[in-house]
Design a protein around this ligand. Structure first.
Ligand code: IPM
Ligand code: MN
Length: 363
């Protein structure tokens, strides 16, 4: 009997449904080639469900997910609903309640034509950002007093625990060790990105990074403050290998990174707790203006699905999905991830068909 994985499918809002459907098309193909199965459970949470029932995401849904291998997620965000309500309940809900402490965000250029920087090639841009995913300004500790008055005060706490800081930094070093040096380098490298010169609480990152680094003599280290890191990412993206950073800075720098590789339509992510159920999503939002128009790129979700396959133990299948996408881009069959250049359904079908053709050619 082949292995069966339990996968929660949570399309969410806006373009979520269409991009997830395309990723499932590719999943159908890749599991047929690699001989495993997935049992998929649809999860209805998002704006429509909230408007119909008043429920965001119930505890029972998190309990279900705890028994699964992974969740494939589309996007959340709807203009009819109070800003942050569903994002906090569903996206942050999964990150926090399932303790998905790693937000792995690869920034990898598949073809020079997708990069707006002059002269940068795929050899220059292949970065693995490890964004801490449960603390910092996202810890949910905030408040306002004297609201609406001239004396109003608004506060939000940036929280860093020893445990939370150490585990993401350790993950980054382990990832660098597993990946090994980039071509032409002797050692893999981890760059700490923080703002400890201004946010003095981030001194904990400085100290924990130094401690963990001392356990990995074969890995080079580097450091950049977030403002400078944004500059270097544009000027010399080849300086980055594995990057580790706080939740908020990781959110921001990976949108910048996405722009170097083709845009939000190709930037993938994994919300990971190693060895436990984890959640995979494109880093883009729900893009309500494109909902139902068959215009949005599903490649970010397809590549997130590839990260999901790697997480559940199907590393070869994961690599094949990525290689298929990369090949379609390098051979010019996929020209752009910009909305409307290709149809959403066309891109999903192209990846599925190419994957099946590659398998047929090998056998
Ligand atoms: C992301 C998103 C979320 C975040 C939002 C929707 C809360 O921007 O996943 O990058 O800030 O983490
Ligand atoms: Mn973001």
């Amino acid at each position: 009997m082949s292995t069966v994985y339990d996968i929660g499918v949570l399309p969410g809002d806006g373009i979520g449904e269409e991009v997830v459907n395309e990723a499932l098309k590719v999943l159908d193909a890749v599991q047929s080639v690699y001989g495993f199965e997935t049992k998929r459970e649809a999860m209805p949470y998002g704006a429509e469900h909230y408007l119909a029932t008043g429920e965001t995401m119930p505890d029972a849904a998190f309990d279900r997910i705890r028994d699964m291998h992974a969740v494939l997620f589309g996007a959340i965000g709807d203009p009819r609903i109070e800003v942050g309500k569903l994002e906090f309940a569903i996206i942050a809900g999964m990150r926090h309640k399932l303790d998905l402490y790693v937000n792995l965000r690869p920034v990898k250029l598949y073809d020079e034509s997708l990069c707006p920087l002059k002269g940068k090639t795929p050899a220059d841009i292949d970065i693995l950002f490890c964004r801490e995913n449960t603390e910092d300004a996202y810890a949910g500790i905030h408040g306002t007093t004297k609201k609406g008055s001239p004396n109003e005060i608004a506060l939000q706490q940036m929280v860093y625990t020893r445990r939370g800081t150490e585990r993401i930094i350790r993950y980054a070093f382990e990832l660098a060790k597993k990946r090994g040096p980039k071509p032409g380098k002797d050692k893999a490298q981890v760059t700490l990105i923080d703002k400890a010169n201004a946010v003095r609480a981030q001194d904990i990152w400085t100290r924990v990074f130094a401690e963990v680094a001392s356990e990995y003599p074969d890995i080079d280290t580097d450091h950049a403050y977030i403002d400078a890191a944004c500059m270097w990412l544009i000027k010399n993206p080849e300086w980055f290998d594995v990057g580790v950073t706080t939740n908020l800075f990781g959110d921001i720098i990976t949108d910048l990174g996405a722009m170097l590789i083709g845009g939000m339509g190709i930037a993938a992510s994994g919300n990971i707790h190693p060895g436990q159920v984890s959640m995979f999503e494109g880093i883009h939002g729900s893009a309500p203006k494109y909902k139902g128009l068959d215009k949005a790129s599903p490649l970010a979700t397809i590549l997130s699905m590839s990260l999901m396959l790697d997480h559940i133990g199907q590393a070869e299948a994961a690599k094949e999905v990525e290689a298929t996408v990369s090949d379609l881009i390098q051979t010019g069959r996929i020209k752009s991830m910009k909305a409307g250049v290709h149809k959403c359904s066309e891109l999903g079908s192209m990846v599925r068909d190419a994957l099946l053709e590659r398998a047929a050619a090998r056998s």
